[in-house]
Design a protein around this ligand. Structure first.
Ligand SMILES: C[S@@+](CC[C@H](N)C(=O)[O-])C[C@H]1O[C@@H](n2cnc3c(N)ncnc32)[C@H](O)[C@@H]1O
Length: 280
C-alpha cells in the first residue's frame, strides 16, 4: 500500500513539536523524523492521508510538501543486495572468492552487503555511476557527499579523478570506505565521518561534487557544496524523484547552478549542473 510523505514546517507553536504531533495524529498509522533544518518528515499510510492532513491543519501545522513514496518491494531489494550489478564499465559484486561473478571486460568492485548502505543495486547509484562515466572526471578533485560504501568515490577515482574526498554522517561509512578501498586496491579516496560543516571553504577547491541523496537530504547541503566548488565546477545529484524534476531544477538554479544533463531510470532522476561563474 502506498505511503504518503509530508514535509512539515518548523513548529511555530509553543511547546514540544513531538507532543503536538502525538496529540494530532494519535489515532493514525504514522511515523516521523525531525530533520537538522527543523522541518519534520512524516510518513502516513496512504489510506489515512486525508485524515492526517485534516488533523495537521486543525493544529495549525504547516505542510510544506506532500508526495506519495514509491512502493518498495523489500524482498526483491534484499535479494538484489546479494547479486552482482553492472553499470557501464563496472561490475559491483557483493561476493568474493568462489562466489564472485566473472567481470568480463568490466572492472569488478567488491562491495559486501554487510552494512546498511548500498551495494550499487539501487537505480539512483547506477544513475550516478553513469553520470560519472559520461562526464570527464580525469584530473579533477572530486567530493563524494553521502558516500555510503564509497561506490561513487571509487568510480570517480577509477575514471581518473586526481583525488576524492568522501564523507557521510553515518560513522560506519568512513570505516567501510577504508576497508573497501583496501580490498579493491583503490588509493586516493580520503573518507571522513561528518557533513559539509567540516569542509573548509576558505577558497573553493573542488571541481566536482557527486551526491546520491534524497531531495530533503541534499537541498540543505547545496549552499555549502556551492561554496567549496570552483566557479564552473560540477554538481551531480541522484536520488530525486523524476516526477519532481521541474521544482528540483528550479531549486538548483536558485542556488547558482545551471542544469545541463538529466538522466532517468524508472522513477528516479539524476542531474548534472554547473556552478555559474567563469571557470578558473
Ligand atoms: C542513498 S545513500 C547513497 C550512498 C552511496 N553514495 C551510493 O550512491 O550508493 C545516501 C547517503 O547519504 C548519507 N547522508 C544523508 N545526509 C547526509 C548529510 N547531511 N551529510 C553527509 N551524508 C549524509 C546517508 O548516511 C547515506 O549513506
Amino acid at each position: 500500500m502506498a505511503v504518503r510523505q509530508f514535509t512539515l514546517a518548523p513548529c511555530r507553536a509553543a511547546g514540544d513539536f513531538d507532543t503536538l504531533l502525538m496529540e494530532a495524529l494519535e489515532d493514525l498509522s504514522v511515523s516521523w523524523m525531525s530533520q537538522p533544518d527543523g522541518t519534520v518528515t512524516l510518513w502516513v499510510d496512504g489510506t489515512e492521508a486525508d485524515d492526517a492532513r485534516g488533523a495537521l491543519l486543525s493544529k495549525d501545522i504547516e505542510i510544506m510538501a506532500e508526495r506519495d513514496e514509491p512502493e518498495r518491494d523489500w524482498l526483491e531489494e534484499s535479494a538484489a543486495l546479494r547479486k552482482a550489478v553492472a553499470a557501464g564499465r563496472y561490475l559491483f559484486d557483493p561476493h568474493e572468492g568462489e562466489r564472485a561473478s566473472p567481470p568480463g571486460r568490466r572492472r569488478r568492485i567488491y562491495l559486501p552487503a554487510a552494512r546498511a548502505f548500498g551495494t550499487a543495486s539501487h537505480e539512483s547509484t547506477r544513475l550516478a555511476v553513469r553520470l560519472l562515466q559520461r562526464l570527464s572526471v580525469a584530473g579533477l578533485t572530486v567530493v563524494d557527499a553521502g558516500c555510503g560504501a564509497g561506490t561513487l568515490g571509487f568510480v570517480a577515482r577509477l575514471e581518473g579523478a586526481a583525488r576524492v574526498v568522501a564523507f557521510d554522517i553515518d560513522c560506519d561509512a568512513a570505516l567501510a570506505v577504508r576497508e573497501h578501498a583496501a580490498s579493491n586496491g583503490i588509493a586516493g579516496v580520503l573518507p571522513f565521518a561528518g557533513s559539509t560543516a567540516a569542509l573548509s571553504a576558505v577558497a573553493p577547491w573542488a571541481d566536482l561534487v557527486v551526491a546520491n541523496m534524497l531531495r530533503e537530504e541534499v537541498l540543505p547541503l547545496v549552499p555549502d557544496l556551492a561554496r567549496i566548488l570552483k566557479p564552473g565546477g560540477l554538481l551531480l545529484t541522484s536520488g530525486q524523484l523524476a516526477e519532481a524534476e521541474e521544482s528540483f531544477v528550479v531549486e538548483l538554479s536558485r542556488a547558482g547552478f545551471e542544469v545541463f544533463l538529466l538522466l532517468k531510470e524508472n522513477e528516479w532522476l539524476a542531474t548534472a549542473s554547473r556552478k555559474r561563474g567563469a571557470r578558473t
